[in-house]
Design a protein around this ligand. Structure first.
Ligand code: ISC
Length: 439
């Protein structure tokens, strides 16, 4: 057979054919997903859901996000797109998840689904994506059977069908790696290092683990997360499942926005104590200091890309069902045409998940955390054909392996006056979304 596209052959870029058409309102996206490997990005009932894999691009090492950005530009150039809806999330899109650490053994991926169902601003759509030439990778058994189960995504008439939810289940997530004493000892060591002026802030995490039986429907946890944390980004990408409140970066038609979170307090038991808790957070010098490092890291990373970048004046208190956070919103106009992936590359890792200065903080994380963070605290989200996209920091999440091993992660920002027992309690609060969704 002759090569349909010499450019694609020369560069190794896969040519995709993409078609988006409007749909009647699709109110719930999750029932359409694969029960074991769902692919989704939703907030307040809107977002995108992916079925199958038309293209999977994998990256590793220190340049993983930049490589992804380059590979995505090439993929976009080689694609043929018909988009009758033209709203964020239509046309060619890829879901992505990236490892936290340059030295992680976890693969970073961009996944272009075969079918995307989307819902935004009262409009719903379906996008069908196919490889257009003879070097298409053979379809996996799972993708083939999911195509058979759902109707043919390549056909113009058949819609995917929702799949009935599997039985309920309850898992117990138990400490792995660092137990309470081990975590508190690590925090104490970090406080010593900070007082010795080796660094100003470091974010230390711990893990919980469980095993999810093979028949368990991951979408049940996703529904719990999406309903329980509607203001967060609920995601599932390549086994990474969670609900993050922190927007790493959002690019939309030449504007860039971010929501920086750092500084945490428990919710009160009643309205009065809840208000007192928020006030205590706003007035806490320790939390304000911790927050300032995170805001500075984001401003420093974005300033070269936006001349009018501005942060909200004072941090505000953000109420989530499980805790309060100090939050700052940042917005600006893009001055250099960077894509959302370029900006994720410039930003990662922020001081909300690594510390200050970054190299010293990452070195201390490697020294004190006896595990690989994988994709926890890395960028997770989606990118469109125009480079716009939405990326969260992968927090309040767990990674599920093919064999059903589930690892959840939560961390806390450590500064000079951190108290180890309080930081441990803070990580327990941060585990709550995942513990309750799977438990
Ligand atoms: C590192 C995490 O949270 C970050 C985001 C918000 C508040 C944080 C804090 O107060 O420590 C952390 O910087 C996590 O949830 O695992």
């Amino acid at each position: 057979m002759t090569a349909p596209s010499t450019t694609r052959r020369a560069t190794g870029v896969t040519a995709l054919s993409v078609e988006t058409t409007p749909l009647d309102d699709v109110r719930h996206l999750v029932p359409f997903l694969d029960s074991r490997r769902p692919l989704v990005w939703i907030r307040k009932g809107e977002g995108i859901a992916g079925i199958g894999e038309a293209l999977r691009l994998e990256f590793r090492g220190p340049d993983r996000i930049r490589q992804a950005s380059d590979a995505w530009r090439a993929t976009v150039q080689a694609a043929t797109v018909t988009d009758a809806v033209r709203t964020p999330g239509t046309g060619l899109i890829a879901f992505g998840t990236f490892a936290f650490d340059d030295e992680s053994s976890a693969t970073s991926v961009l996944i272009v689904p075969e079918v995307v169902l989307g819902r935004r601003g009262g409009r719903s759509w379906i996008t069908r994506i196919t490889q257009t030439d003879d070097t298409a990778t053979p379809e996996s058994d799972a993708a083939a059977s999911s195509r058979a189960d759902r109707g043919r995504p390549g056909s113009r008439t058949d819609l995917p069908r929702p799949i009935a939810f599997g039985d309920e289940y309850r898992l117990s997530l138990l400490p792995a790696g660092l137990d309470e004493g081990g975590y508190e000892a690590a925090v104490a060591t970090a406080v010593e290092r900070i007082r010795e002026h080796d660094l100003s802030k470091v974010v230390l995490a711990r893990e919980l683990s469980a095993h999810l039986p093979l028949e368990s429907d991951v979408r049940r946890a996703l529904v719990e997360l999406a309903l329980g944390y509607p203001d967060c980004w609920t995601f599932a990408v390549d086994g990474l499942v969670g609900s993050s409140p922190e927007t790493l970066v959002r690019v939309h038609h030449g504007t860039v926005t971010a929501r920086v979170l750092a500084g945490t307090m428990s919710r009160g038991r009643d309205a009065e104590s809840d208000r007192a808790s928020a006030e205590a957070l706003a007035g806490s010098a320790k939390d304000q200091g911790e927050h300032r490092f995170a805001v500075s890291s984001v401003l420093d990373a974005l300033r070269p890309h936006s001349a009018d970048l501005a942060a909200s004046d004072e941090p505000f208190t953000l109420k989530l069902p499980n805790l309060w956070h100090l939050a700052t919103d940042i917005a600006g106009t893009l001055s250099d045409g960077s894509s959302s992936l370029d900006l994720a590359d410039a930003l990662h890792p922020t001081a909300a998940v690594a510390g200050t200065p970054t190299p010293e903080a990452v070195a201390l994380i490697r020294e004190l955390e006896p595990f690989d963070r994988g994709r926890y605290a890395g960028p997770v989200g989606w990118v469109g054909g125009d480079g716009d996209g939405e990326w969260a920091i992968a927090l309040r999440c767990a990674q599920l392996t093919e064999s059903g091993d589930l690892t959840a992660y939560a961390g806390a920002g450590i500064v000079a006056d951190s108290d180890p027992a309080r930081e441990y309690a803070e990580t327990t609060m941060k585990f709550r979304p995942i513990v309750e969704a799977f438990g």
